[in-house]
Design a protein around this ligand. Structure first.
Ligand code: SF4
Ligand code: SF4
Length: 144
């Protein structure tokens, strides 16, 4: 079994199609939706944890490509270079999970990795590049 975190962007015409249902039913995937931005007659975005066999996940990715859905495997997290961080708070305003916040008493940045779902929105927001996306490979953390 394999576990991945994925970002899916649906074109507008997929609004009424049961794509996640088909991923579960036809590709035997276990899905946990972490974030959903969907609205009638608009493109939609989902971030989800997906668990399944390597083959089922590969076939599901082929299926989404065939349907014109963007499917991106997200890296497993971020690292924060505390020496580089200037505590400007820019990353906290884009973080959808609450993993990055400013401490009220001294306005210093606090990172709660257990809340992070690796959307990487904070990486580009940091003016001093204190945040780096990382992935794990056989127990080794690799910079993204
Ligand atoms: S990757 Fe960054 S913006 Fe996304 S949830 Fe994690 S800390 Fe927040
Ligand atoms: S955007 Fe960068 S410098 Fe600003 S608080 Fe976040 S990590 Fe620190």
């Amino acid at each position: 079994m394999q576990e991945i975190k994925a970002f899916l962007r649906f074109p507008q015409e997929h609004f009424s199609k049961p794509i996640t249902y088909r991923l579960v039913k036809e590709y035997n995937l276990m899905i946990n939706i972490l974030r959903a931005e969907v609205a009638a007659n608009k493109a939609g975005e989902l971030i989800m944890d997906i668990e399944g066999s390597e083959q089922d996940i590969a076939e599901a990715i082929d299926f989404t490509a065939h349907e014109g859905i963007e499917f991106r495997i997200l890296k497993s997290g971020i690292t924060l270079d505390e020496e580089r961080c200037v505590h400007c708070g820019a990353c906290t305003s884009v973080c959808p999970s609450g993993a990055l916040t400013l401490r009220r008493d001294d306005w210093s940045l606090v990172f709660a990795p257990e809340k992070c779902f690796a959307c990487e929105l904070c990486v580009k927001s940091c003016p001093v590049r204190a945040i780096v996306a990382v992935m794990h490979l056989n127990g080794t953390v690799l910079a993204g």
